[in-house]
Write a protein that binds this ligand. Sequence first.
Ligand code: ADP
Length: 200
Amino acid sequence: MFAVGLTGGIGSGKSTVADLFAKRGVTLVDTDLIAHRVTAPGGPAMPDIAAEFGASFVASDGSLDRARMRALVFSDENARKRLEAITHPLIRVETERERQQAQGPYVIMVVPLLVESGNWKTRVDRVLTVDCSVETQIARVMLRNAFTREQVQAIIARQASREARLAAADDIIVNDGASLEALDLDVDRLHRIYLSLAAA
Ligand code: ADP
């Protein structure tokens, strides 16, 4: 199945754009949801996480203790790598399975860390980056998540740069001060292109 990797920094508008494609009958494969599922109660990553990090990282319901793991990997790059060595292959298998099973003309894979992690660019047929200024990202995420400016800036600092995401893109949607109607038109234009590429 023809796959478009949709990426963008936090607050750029990935979910908003993904929903506009879904409205047109395109199947979404959401890697954040999949990542959550592999560490949910009974999730396939949980036995290895318990073995690698200890039972204290497993919550009472059998899911990952997210707050505890977040605190660890925030300050310990090696721990982050050990965690990703467990989760990434499982996320990869699951995303490929969803792609194979998808209905509709093509799939949009929503991959927030497409530029940051692994060989995503080679796994999709096309990369679509949603772009906006850092100031816009900060304003949106402060509003959406009730975060402070400093909290949003810390997240942005750990993500790839705007330039790196633009450099990886085949297509770009500029979502800075754009109305939802304008976004809808952009999605319409790209949807036509993807339909013909998927059919080719
Ligand atoms: P991401 O998935 O990239 O983190 P979202 O799609 O969730 O970003 O957008 C972040 C926030 O900004 C959401 O609350 C969303 O409704 C809002 N938003 C995104 N694009 C626009 C826009 N063009 N106009 C108004 N609000 C927007």
